[in-house]
Design a protein around this ligand. Structure first.
Ligand SMILES: [Mg+2]
Length: 393
């Protein structure tokens, strides 16, 4: 059933990177630009290229190139100034979408970032399926294309997202490092610029594999002990840097669009039980609790309603989330015979990691859920799934 039983690594991290982001936004918003070489950047005499569309790259145009060179190489290109207002709007939309996929997000730039997927394997059919869902969500919502890499650490994830660009999806597993990573040039090591690359080449280290096999003392003599150690570790696929969440997800939630509208209250409540289990788990994985539970209902005519309740105590427990959602659902005046198209539950109002109520002894419950989550992680989520609920497609 689930492939995730075989996905053994201490951590799983996704890196997403939009494909030729600025140029892609311009092509999305202007039909005339599609399929043509679009070059975005500073248009003054000393300007440089920010982004070139893939059509422009065929002419040898790339980012950071002087604009004058770009104009010479691609005289028929469409040259545009940067419109940061539109790029930031798209960026905000993309980062908001990512909150569906991980409670821990580290933005790296306007169009790329890391998602920590560690411990979420049980929520997935497989890593590849999860990566595809991230790609589909971005494309459906923004019309833009993203490349995704998933690997046991940040360096490998960032490398992976670049391997099959554009529209890439690459999973790098620990066993792939020697075959996939080692043949790459040293310049692909994260943090190796032109200067360091030249020093490595002077040591006759051409590939990442050469650096991985290099004598650490020789490396240190040339690069200094810190950089030598760091690059030697990266080359060997070792990178312990955590995903550093700069901003916390405002809510943690889950929703399902049904293949066929639900017309029966009992079935709807079974779906809520399933959703509550997913939301509870996500909250616990994020080390947080929600004070407010929100129910979302979309009816067959696409009218959408939300109902929320703030609890006296914050929670991360499936049954409390379920009871609250069910109460909200039962109070919702559903016209008889109306089909329900979508149901969702989310929690918000976080107290942050480790915030425990003073008046409530949660230790027993926490132990129980630690055990449940351990099982979910080991055997996939279905083993302890309450309620019905197919995975949404
Ligand atoms: Mg990019």
């Amino acid at each position: 059933m689930t492939e995730n039983r075989n996905e053994t690594a201490a951590r799983w991290i996704a890196h997403f990177d939009m494909d030729s982001f600025f140029a892609a936004v311009e092509q999305r918003d202007n039909e005339d630009y599609r399929g043509r070489p679009v070059i975005v950047g500073g248009l003054s005499a000393r300007g440089v290229v920010s982004t070139a569309s893939y059509e422009a790259r065929r002419y040898g145009v790339h980012s950071a190139m002087p604009m004058t060179t770009a104009r010479r190489r691609c005289p028929g290109g469409i040259f545009l100034p940067r419109d940061f207002a539109r790029y930031s709007a798209a960026s905000r939309q993309i980062f908001a979408l990512m909150e569906q996929f991980s409670p821990r997000i580290e933005p790296l730039s306007i169009d790329e970032g890391f998602l920590d997927l560690t411990g979420m394997e049980g929520l997935m059919t497989s890593l590849a399926d999860y990566g595809q869902r991230i790609k589909d969500a971005v494309h459906d919502a923004t019309g833009l294309v993203v490349s995704v890499g998933i690997a046991p650490n940040k360096f490998l994830a960032k490398l992976a997202s670049d391997l099959e660009k554009p529209d890439g999806l690459t999973i790098l597993r620990p066993g792939d490092i020697s075959r996939v990573v080692w043949p790459l040039p040293v310049s692909r090591l994260w943090g190796v610029g032109q200067k360091t690359a030249e020093r490595l080449l002077a040591l006759r280290l051409h590939t990442i594999g050469d650096v991985a096999a290099a004598d650490l003392k020789t490396l240190a003599a040339r690069l200094g002990p810190r950089l030598a150690n760091h690059l030697h570790e990266l080359a060997n696929g070792i990178d312990d840097r955590p995903v550093e969440t700069v901003y916390e997800a405002k809510s943690i939630g889950r929703e399902i669009t049904f293949e066929r509208d639900i017309r029966c209250r009992e079935e709807a409540e079974a779906q809520l039980l399933y959703l509550a289990g997913q939301v509870g788990w996500r909250l616990r994985r994020a080390g947080t609790r929600a004070r407010t539970i929100q129910l979302k209902i979309r009816l067959q005519d696409f009218s959408t309603y939300t109902r929320r309740k703030t609890l006296p105590e914050d929670t991360c427990y499936d049954e409390e989330i379920y009871e609250t959602a069910r109460e909200l659902f039962r109070a919702f005046p559903l016209p008889p015979g109306t089909g329900i198209r979508l149901l969702g539950i989310s929690g918000s109002g976080f107290d942050g990691p480790g915030a425990l109520s003073l008046f409530r002894d949660t230790r027993k419950k926490d132990r129980l859920y630690t055990a449940i989550d351990g099982l979910k992680k080991r055997f996939g989520e279905d083993i302890v799934r309450h309620g019905a609920g197919p995975e949404p497609s």
